[in-house]
Design a protein around this ligand. Structure first.
Ligand code: PMP
Length: 385
């Protein structure tokens, strides 16, 4: 067994391993939030985010906070008392946005699928046909189950009904194909610590023109001052135009780090980056299959590329997560309330490399053996290709 040193490999579905250059930017001397170097970095970051989300006409926002704050920013600005919202519910994080919508006064309809599945498009179409819905939310990758929702097709259905589309891209943006403009998505959000590749602490949200118009058309102001687009829009417009501005102190170091990571995403190119995630995920699927592990998502077409969720085999339980940690690789247990103790999760997004996968699959093999589950050592690694 390794001692759990600083050299373990973090393979949970966020936070992930970060590029040393990103961490160096985080650790630099904190500049004034009106320092020209910071202003330039913030401006570059906002422009880069439009590229990452394929959203040339959207307004990006970056706030101190986690992904949950980004969820609430979307909800707080788009809905008010009495609005109707449809939640395309694929698990834990869909439940969370449903609760938020209710707290902000919306009447919420959930379309739920069994864990591992996605509600049918026809069902979504039929529900939206009943009329009166203002927004539909979709969790692009439900991190609790590794289920990938067909966002492009779902957004097309909502567009047909004139319903605003909100996409939780926390476990997808920067790793899965996500084309905000082309797919007709009105709001998409994420957090820094996943496929965007920067330490936790930043909520990132992009709002397209229809979302901004819906916010402007509100009959009542947004109750939360911190989340109100009205406070942040002039600030973000100013920074993007390389002018200092102030509403609330920006997380300077976090944004300096995000600037470096977003720069890396833009340099890699989103098409190449998504293709790399798809290739790595396909290797992982082959490895899990060779080890006889069953994925939680019910089919390949609804399986995420940013993480794997796998049932514990045979008599194995959550002790596997500990055993794998003993091999120097940190993976995660289950999260979906209905299945929590029955499966584990492995993240593979961002700066993850093929050698990280080799180490991870090897550690899982050894962990399974330590848990008394017979596998052939090396068979998963060989199947990575
Ligand atoms: N949505 C999804 C899909 C997530 O995976 C997460 C975090 N795992 C969140 C929302 C919430 O983000 P945070 O933990 O950064 O608040």
């Amino acid at each position: 067994m390794h001692l759990m040193s600083e050299r373990n490999l973090l393979m949970i579905p966020g936070p992930i391993e970060f590029e040393p250059s990103v961490l160096r930017a985080l650790g630099e001397k904190t500049r004034s939030h009106v320092d020209p170097v910071f202003i330039k970095a913030f401006s570059r970051t906002l422009q880069g985010l439009r590229t990452v989300f394929a959203a040339p006409t959207a307004q990006p926002f970056v706030l101190a906070g986690s992904g949950t704050l980004a969820m609430e920013m979307a909800v707080a600005n788009l809905v008010q008392q009495g609005d109707q919202a449809l939640v395309v519910n694929t698990g834990y994080f869909s439940d969370r946005i449903g609760t938020m919508l209710e707290r902000h006064g919306a009447a919420v309809t959930h379309l739920r699928a069994d864990p591992g599945a996605v509600p049918l498009l026809e069902e979504v179409d039929r529900t939206l046909s009943t009329g009166g819905f203002k927004v539909m939310t979709v969790t692009h990758v439900d991190t609790s189950t590794a289920v990938l929702a067909p966002v492009k097709a779902l957004a097309a259905v909502a567009r047909k009904h004139g319903v605003l589309v909100v996409v939780d891209g926390v476990c997808s943006a920067g790793g899965e194909a996500l084309e905000m403009d082309a797919w007709g998505i009105d709001v998409a959000f994420t957090a820094s610590q996943k496929a965007l590749g920067a330490p936790p602490g930043l909520a990132v949200l992009l709002a397209g023109p229809r979302a901004m118009a819906a916010w402007k058309a509100r009959s009542r102001p947004v109750a939360s001052m911190y989340l109100d687009f009205a406070e942040w829009l002039p600030i973000h417009e100013a920074y993007e135009a390389e002018k200092p501005s102030y509403f609330a102190t920006p997380p300077v170091n976090g944004i300096m780090a995000l600037d470096v990571s977003v720069g890396q995403l833009v340099a890699e190119g989103m098409v190449a980056r998504v293709a790399r995630h798809v290739a790595l995920a396909s290797s992982m699927r082959s490895a899990w299959k060779a080890l006889g592990l069953t994925p939680l998502p019910k089919s390949d077409s609804v399986t995420a590329h940013t993480l794997s969720a796998l049932y514990y085999p045979g008599a194995v339980d959550a002790a596997l997560v500990k055993a794998v940690a003993g091999e120097g690789v940190v993976i995660a247990g289950g999260l979906h309330p209905a299945l929590k103790s029955k499966y584990f999760r492995v993240g593979h997004m961002g700066a993850v490399s093929r050698s990280d996968l080799v180490v991870t699959v090897n550690a899982v093999e050894r962990g399974l053996l330590a848990c008394g589950h017979g596998v052939e050592l090396g068979s998963g690694v060989a199947a990575l290709g």
